[in-house]
Design a protein around this ligand. Structure first.
Ligand SMILES: [Zn+2]
Length: 310
């Protein structure tokens, strides 16, 4: 619970836009301004490991060396606009450099999130522990071990969130990082196989290509590798413990996606599906409870990240 007496969700992410794409509806649902209108007292803090300096620029006329030079700054402006759209008042950046996609030069940059985490996990986790101890979140949500799709910064974010979950409440662990605080629930955001299949079927029925569409003109070996990668991006439905209904937040999530203008194409799959489509697909963001410190076993499945804490 934070100092205003609100139950607090901390979302731990890699780059500006990941928070919105993966859990924007959830963030809007629990943000203080929105929760107050329902007579609830919850709040959200978003933490991003990097500024996303090495992302693509999807607007062709802005895809220039100058724009890439200042992309970190641009994306911090975009996340600020996205947070306004979601009603989230608090977000922080840990200041690591974007590592780029797996196997690219950015991975070995000494400033990169990837390099830091491979050098010293605890040193890389400490800034997050400092934030946890200062803000006292009840719930932490991050990615699965594969970081959703294998990006080194997503994997790094998942690692520091797990390590912080273990150590933030230990008064002997780096006492200079603040007084110990133990969050009560740890989640990873997931896409169950059934949702992936439903979204893919709908997109394909309209002739829309997505990251889940099978690549053409590749060798059998490449196709097999791609299928294994796609399988890791979703999970068996039975792993899902928590489904958040985001029907009331679809508009806010769409505006937040649009705020990440350099990263997300207006004619890409994320924006081509209408609100009606999203509702037909269930309008849910889904999570797996990884660990908890509740006094009794939670009743699963649940529809609230704060279930057992209210
Ligand atoms: Zn990302």
């Amino acid at each position: 619970m934070d100092d205003a007496g609100k139950l607090l969700l901390m979302a731990v992410h890699a780059h500006p836009d990941d928070e919105t794409i993966s859990m924007g509806g959830t963030l809007a649902h629990y943000a203080a301004a929105n929760s107050a209108t329902r007579g609830e007292t919850t709040d959200v803090i978003v933490v991003t490991g990097t500024r996303g300096e090495l992302g693509e620029i999807v607007i062709p006329e802005r895809d220039t060396p100058d724009e890439h030079e200042r992309l970190g700054e641009t994306r911090m402006g975009e996340i600020a606009a996205a947070m306004r759209a979601l009603g989230v008042a608090r977000w922080e950046n840990l200041g690591y450099r974007d590592s780029g996609m797996d196997g690219t030069d950015g991975n070995s940059d000494p400033r990169s999130f990837h390099h830091h985490i491979n050098t010293n996990l605890d040193d890389t986790t400490e800034p997050l522990v400092r934030l946890i101890r200062a803000t006292q979140p009840d719930v932490i949500a991050t990615y699965d071990d594969f970081g959703g799709y294998g990006h080194p910064d997503h994997i790094a974010a998942a690692k520091i969130a797990r390590r912080a979950w273990e150590v933030a409440g230990d008064p002997a662990w780096r006492p200079a990082a603040g007084p110990a605080w133990s969050p009560k629930k740890l989640y990873e955001v997931r896409i169950p196989d059934s949702q992936r299949d439903a979204v893919l079927a709908l997109l394909e029925s309209r002739g829309i290509e997505s990251w889940w569409s099978e690549p053409k003109d590749v060798t059998a070996e490449e196709l097999e590798k791609w299928r294994a990668w796609r399988a890791m991006m979703a999970c068996p439905d039975e792993l899902i413990t928590t489904r958040i209904n985001i029907k009331g937040q679809l508009g806010a999530k769409r505006r937040a996606i649009q705020a990440h203008a350099t990263q997300i194409k207006p004619d890409g799959p994320l924006l081509l599906l209408s609100e009606e489509d999203q509702i037909a697909l269930g309008a849910r963001e889904q999570y797996r409870l990884l660990a908890h410190r509740l006094s009794s076993e939670p009743t699963l499945p649940e529809e609230d990240l704060f279930a057992g804490l209210r």
